[in-house]
Design a protein around this ligand. Structure first.
Ligand SMILES: C[S@@+](CC[C@H](N)C(=O)[O-])C[C@H]1O[C@@H](n2cnc3c(N)ncnc32)[C@H](O)[C@@H]1O
Length: 207
């Protein structure tokens, strides 16, 4: 069934299913936040790309209680659920509705805004490989020097054919290579279990 992130009914069902599976991915979400590598009391500024109902943002706020987070998602319905779930921390959060299918997603971000980290979970696989590469470049430019990009996502085995357009998974190997080519350093896969991985890298401190 194709994803319909604009449908309240589809999103409600997806969240109900997602809630049941959250415990199974708790370690990977923790790992994402741990890759930021700042001191826990620092007032870091983070972008949660494809934030959905806010599971990554919740973990960022647990690890970094003084953080501010931009929760960006194309789905107004997902953002509504995110706001409800993160109601205790609204003063630290900015909810932005934008679609990273094109570079237009950058427009609603505040001018000159840059981030200590950009984290994403299970969202970027929805765009085709060509767009993923461009998106990673855009993320690189949004990061402060030394900033972290980490992605927990579905990945394709190199022998597997590309699937339907709703889930055009890229291989882990390609995505690692693109990040290095863009200029990220310490690029690596931090965790992998079959078709799921946590990978990313850092913008050089001198960039
Ligand atoms: C599978 S959910 C994951 C949500 C959350 N990150 C999590 O791990 O629970 C995918 C999310 O990515 C968002 N998304 C998918 N394609 C997107 C795009 N092109 N631009 C912005 N958000 C997108 C969807 O609206 C949805 O909220």
């Amino acid at each position: 069934m194709p994803h319909d992130w604009d449908s309240p009914e589809y999103v409600r069902q997806w969240i109900a299913d997602g809630d049941k599976a959250d415990a199974q991915r708790a370690d990977q979400i923790k790992l994402l936040a741990s890759l930021i590598q700042c001191r826990s009391q620092e007032c870091i500024h983070v972008l949660d790309l494809g934030a959905g109902y806010g599971i990554v943002t919740r973990e960022i706020l647990t690890a970094y209680p003084n953080a501010t987070v931009v929760c960006l998602d194309r789905s107004a319905e997902m953002l509504k659920h995110g706001k409800e779930r993160l109601a205790d921390n609204l003063s630290q959060l900015d909810f932005v509705q934008a679609n990273f299918d094109t570079s237009d997603w950058l427009t609603p971000l505040q001018e000159n805004q840059c981030f200590d980290a950009v984290l994403s979970s299970r969202a970027i696989h929805h765009v085709v490989d060509e767009r993923k590469q461009r998106l990673y470049e855009e993320v690189f430019h949004l990061l402060k020097p030394g900033g972290c990009f980490a992605n927990h996502d579905l990945v394709r085995h190199p022998d597997e054919p590309v699937r339907d357009s709703g889930n055009p998974l890229g291989t882990l190997e390609d995505q690692i290579r693109w990040l290095s080519e863009i200029g990220f350093v310490n690029v690596q896969c931090f965790w992998r279990d079959g078709g799921r991985a946590v990978f990313g890298g850092y913008k050089p401190a001198s960039a």
